[in-house]
Design a protein around this ligand. Sequence first.
Ligand SMILES: Cc1cc2nc3c(=O)[nH]c(=O)nc-3n(C[C@H](O)[C@H](O)[C@H](O)COP(=O)(O)O)c2cc1C
Length: 300
Amino acid sequence: MDTKVNLAGVELKNPVMTASGTFGSGEEYSEFVDLSRLGAVVTKGVANVPWPGNPVPRIAETKSGMMNAIGLQNPGIDVFCRRDIPFLKQFDTKIIVNVCGKTMEDYCEVVERLGEEEVDMLEINISCPNVKEGGIAFGQNPKAVEEITAEVKKRAKQPVIMKLSPNVTDITETAKAAEAGGADVLSLINTLTGMKIDIHRRAFALANKTGGLSGPAVKPVAVRMVYQVANAVKLPVIGMGGIETAEDAIEFLLAGASAVSVGTANFYNPSATVQVAEGIEDYLERYGFEHVSDLTGLVK
Ligand SMILES: Cc1cc2nc3c(=O)[nH]c(=O)nc-3n(C[C@H](O)[C@H](O)[C@H](O)COP(=O)(O)O)c2cc1C
């Protein structure tokens, strides 16, 4: 049985990776999960300088999901390269670094710096709903998506994944813009903008007022968007949004994803990623598929 998938020339041992921001850089989870069992570890977003993130509270539970407004807190690229890359290099998995920034220059600086490091792919977060500048400011406008993709591609030494926002009217427009800018792979979805009010405090549950909704509640939206994007572009797609079991992951593959990321589920089941990878193998065996890649886009 062949569980390998190829994303822009990078071969992953299986299609299961972590979703950025839900797995740190892997260290906290390495007690529960053998990171070498994963197709790739996708790190928390990293910027050119340290970011403190948003004021607390910045996490709230919702039905079948959660909302967060972390605001891309991160230690900056220097600490990341010194501390997190050497840690991840100990494992037999691919390293995908998620990049964030407030301006085009910020993104480019991080991408150039990562060119000197042994990382396998870059994922560019242009879809964070929780920061005022950068992030979503780029991700909702097709012209800006194309421009930032082209600027990043000019400088990147590794294949580039553009991470798309679901907070748009037609996600195929931003997907096509990223393809036109030269993206190698697309990933989707980032979180959906939401709001929660604490009726006993008569205040917003999150200090940021709004936050990004994730977890099982968003899965049907994510599957629909993966299907739309996979049928609109020629690029491989990494699907995510509410995956907690192998069955969830297989839905994304059948809808057109070449690989999948597990996010919020890591918070309540730290072993979710490995269980998803094992469950996909069982499914392949049960239905007699030789290659996991044969599942991609099977449902038309
Ligand atoms: C607490 C938290 C932090 C996140 N941080 C990032 C981030 O730094 N960069 C990014 O591109 N996405 C970030 N995301 C979005 C996830 O990677 C993923 O796209 C989204 O949560 C949907 O998947 P899920 O429902 O499996 O969590 C974050 C999500 C959560 C819940």
